[in-house]
Design a protein around this ligand. Structure first.
Ligand code: ADP
Ligand code: MG
Length: 217
C-alpha cells in the first residue's frame, strides 16, 4: 500500500487516547500486578501518562520522532520500577527510523513497521529479556511478527495491524501458563502460573489503541 500514509495527527491521537486509557484501566492493571508483582503497574502508567497529558499541547507540534521522544522521556523520568523505563524506551526510540521527517510529515506503513520494530526491540535490549519469560515481550514480539508477516503478504495496513493486535492478545493469553523468568513475578516461581502478566496486558491494549486510530485506507 504505497500511498497509505499515517498522518502526523494519527501519532498525536494515539497519545491523546493513551492518557485517559491509563486512568480508566488503572485498577485493572493494578489488580493484575497485585497477583504476581507489587501492585503498582496501574499507578505507574497513570503517573506517566498524567505527566504526558500536562505537556501534550506543547509537544504535539513537533515531528513524530521528537514528539514521541518527549513522551518517552516523561515516562522514563516520572515512572519508577521496570515499566517506566521500558515504556519510556519504547516511545523514545519509536521515531528513530523517521528521525529526518519534519513537524507535519506523516509516515508510510513500511516506515511505521520499522518504528514498531525499533520500539519493540529496545524492550528486549533494555530488559535483557525475550519472549517466553512472562513479560510484555510476549505480547509485543508476536504482534510485531504478525504485523510484518501480514504486510509481506500484501494485506491492507489496517488489516495488518488487526493481525498484530490479535497475535498480541494470543501472546498475552499465553503468559497465563508461564512461569516468570524476568521481573518481579520471577520470585513467585510456579505460583505465578494462572495469572496474566500485567505488562503483557497493558501493551496489548496499547497496541489496540494504535490499531483503532488507523484509517482504513
Ligand atoms: P515493577 O515490576 O517495577 O513493579 P510495573 O509493575 O509497572 O513495574 O511493570 C511490571 C511489568 O514490567 C511486568 O508485568 C512485565 O511485563 C514488565 N517487565 C518487567 N521486567 C521486564 C523485563 N526485564 N523485560 C521486559 N518486560 C519486563
Ligand atoms: Mg509492579
Amino acid at each position: 500500500m504505497s500511498d497509505y500514509v499515517l498522518s502526523k495527527q494519527y501519532f498525536v491521537d494515539v497519545i491523546k487516547d493513551l492518557i485517559p486509557w491509563a486512568e480508566e484501566r488503572k485498577d485493572y492493571f493494578t489488580e493484575l500486578d497485585s497477583a504476581i508483582g507489587d501492585g503498582d503497574h496501574g499507578m505507574n502508567l497513570s503517573i506517566g501518562f498524567r505527566e504526558v497529558g500536562k505537556n501534550i499541547d506543547e509537544w504535539q507540534n513537533k515531528s513524530v520522532f521528537q514528539f514521541y521522544k518527549k513522551v518517552g522521556t516523561a515516562l522514563l523520568d516520572k515512572v519508577g520500577g521496570s515499566a517506566g523505563p521500558l515504556y519510556g524506551s519504547f516511545f523514545m526510540k519509536f521515531g528513530l527510523p523517521v528521525k529526518k521527517k519534519g513537524e507535519t510529515d506523516g509516515v508510510t506503513f513500511d516506515e511505521f513497521i520499522a518504528c514498531m520494530d525499533k520500539a519493540v526491540a529496545i524492550i528486549q535490549k533494555r530488559g535483557r529479556s525475550t519472549s517466553g519469560e512472562k513479560t510484555m515481550n510476549d505480547t509485543l514480539m508476536p504482534a510485531l511478527d504478525a504485523l510484518k508477516a501480514a504486510n509481506a503478504a500484501g494485506e491492507a495496513p489496517k488489516a495488518c495491524m488487526a493481525k498484530a493486535v490479535e497475535a498480541g492478545k494470543a501472546g498475552l493469553e499465553s503468559t497465563r501458563n508461564m512461569v516468570a523468568t524476568k521481573g518481579r513475578a520471577m520470585r513467585l516461581g510456579e505460583r505465578a502460573v494462572g495469572h496474566l502478566d500485567p505488562g503483557a496486558a497493558s501493551t496489548a491494549e496499547m497496541l489496540e489503541i494504535f490499531y483503532k486510530n488507523m484509517p482504513d485506507a
